[in-house]
Design a binder for this molecule. Structure first.
Ligand SMILES: [Zn+2]
Length: 491
């Protein structure tokens, strides 16, 4: 391990330069160029046909849905969509690629010149450029483990052959492992919002390769880059990049040169291994796919895609901060998934006070979930329950103290708010004279505060409201109480 050998002083002389290549499987019903089901987890070699197996004479037909999804994704990451893009054959031999080539795009990809903004360590936003987004098809899968004779045989599952992919290539704008993770987090979030992929990394729907190089901080040119492949979680991406930065700095510091090569991340050992050097690198001999015409994305098609584009996470957060008066961190929680954000907003818009719904969801329910280490989906209180509670509070039918008690019961018993409220129906004192006599007692007991109020410190009213509420065991009608306290103090 090179990690321990290098001091922070040495590391700080260098600047890492990182670019990411992300492969994303599209969530179409059928494959990119044939009618086979595009489904994960089917019995091996059952979703195959002459086209995706590349049998002689079979002809590909482009899936319009895949083009629609690629266009949506391109727009969502601010790319320019090319009107006329070209499919190309990427030729190489691999046992799980029976055709001997992948249909991809080469010099004329469907989209280029995009960007996404990612948060940096100091809280500001940084724009990471996106070089291109191109369409291609996936290869099959070699199964090296899990069979009794795996020591001597490799099995092939060709179900994945022809699965529609987009590959998103970033500019080398990323400077730290953390920025790389932020970029991936934002990219995944955007893709999930557009619903073009499930982005399930464990099932390989989202895969990432990292190009990493280091250079002295004032160096005019990039160092020699190494491609790290085979990294299947955000945590491993971060570790693999950290490892690679330290390894390369150590090579340079000891007077050596970084070799341009492809390396594989080994998660079990926490290090990368050389897979192939540049001398052995593939020459893919790209040429235009003769079986497919140029892909034309018409202005109409593009407009239709633009109209289908949902409000994207960053824009949604900005709006929510203004609309619900929440903090940026809370906005992040509310937009964790599009589905959750949609449910919250549908509920909030049906309530008397949408900001109140946000507050209860984040603080009362969110706080209890956090204390119990539960996820949002495990909450006993439904969104409808939160709306009901917010409305009752807003109408003054329950006090905030009663509300807290009711939520406590919900979490103790695992029941929704409506059930607990209907059963417990907290008593409320709405009789003005009863509240007035409580106020009189509190006023009599706190002459100093009365003086302060009458001297102009109006905020002291809150003190009296709190004292009377406590004296009423949380049962005084809050709206009435507020009104009467002011009246008494002014009188
Ligand atoms: Zn097929």
């Amino acid at each position: 391990m090179p990690a321990a050998a290098l001091s922070p002083e040495i590391m700080s002389k260098y600047e890492p330069v990182i670019g990411l290549e992300v492969h994303v499987q599209l969530l179409t019903a059928t494959k990119a160029f044939c009618g086979c089901a595009n489904r994960f987890g089917s019995a091996p070699n059952t979703n195959v046909c002459p086209v995706c197996l590349g049998l002689p004479g079979a002809l590909p037909v482009l899936n319009a849905r895949a083009v629609e999804f690629a266009t949506l994704a391109s727009l969502a990451i601010n790319c320019e969509v090319r009107e006329r893009s070209i499919f190309a054959r990427k030729n190489y031999f691999y046992p799980d690629l029976p055709k001997g080539y992948q249909i991809s795009q080469f010099d004329k990809p469907i989209a280029e010149h995009g960007w996404i903004d990612v948060p940096t360590a100091d809280g500001s936003m940084k724009r990471i450029g996106i070089t291109r987004l191109h369409m291609e098809e996936d290869a099959g899968k070699s199964l090296h483990d899990g069979f009794s004779d795996s020591a001597t045989r490799t099995y092939l599952d060709l179900n994945r052959c022809g699965t529609p992919l987009i590959e998103i290539v970033s500019e080398p704008d990323i400077r730290t492992p953390l920025e790389a993770v932020e970029y991936l987090t934002r990219l995944k979030e955007i893709l999930l919002y557009t619903a073009v992929s499930d982005c399930n990394m464990e099932e390989g729907s989202l895969r990432c390769d990292a190009n990493v190089s280091v250079r002295l901080k004032d160096a005019p040119k990039f160092g020699t880059k190494v491609e790290v492949k085979n990294v299947n979680s955000f945590r491993f991406i971060r570790q693999a990049i950290e490892y690679e930065i330290e390894r390369q700095v150590e090579v340079v510091e000891s007077g050596g040169r970084v070799t341009q090569e492809t390396r594989l991340w080994n998660a079990a050992e926490g290090r990368t291994y050389s897979m192939r050097s540049k001398e052995q690198a593939h020459d893919y001999r790209y040429f235009p796919e003769p079986d497919l015409p140029p892909l034309i994305v018409s202005a109409e098609f593009l407009l239709a895609a633009r109209e289908k584009l949902p409000e994207l996470p960053e824009a949604r957060r900005t709006r929510m901060i203004a609309e619900y008066g929440v903090s940026p961190k809370d906005a992040q929680t509310l937009t964790a998934s599009r589905e959750f954000a949609d449910r919250f907003e549908a509920a909030a818009h049906g309530a008397r006070n949408p900001r109140g719904v946000a507050n209860l969801l984040l603080n009362e329910v969110g706080g209890r979930l956090k204390a119990l280490n539960l996820e949002q989906e495990q909450s006993p209180v439904s969104m409808a329950g939160i709306v009901m509670a917010a409305d009752l509070l807003d109408e003054g039918k329950i006090s905030s103290k009663q509300l807290k008690q009711l939520f406590d019961v919900c979490f103790e018993k695992g029941e929704d708010f409506s059930a607990v409220y209907e059963r417990e129906k907290p008593e409320q004192i709405t009789d003005a004279s009863a509240i007035e006599s409580l106020i009189d007692e509190v006023i009599a007991a706190n002459p100093k505060q009365v003086e302060q109020y009458r001297a102009g410190k109006k905020t002291v009213a809150g003190f009296f409201v709190g004292q009377v509420m406590r004296a009423s065991k949380g049962q005084a009608n809050p709206a009435l109480l507020n009104e009467l306290v002011t009246k008494k103090l002014e009188g």
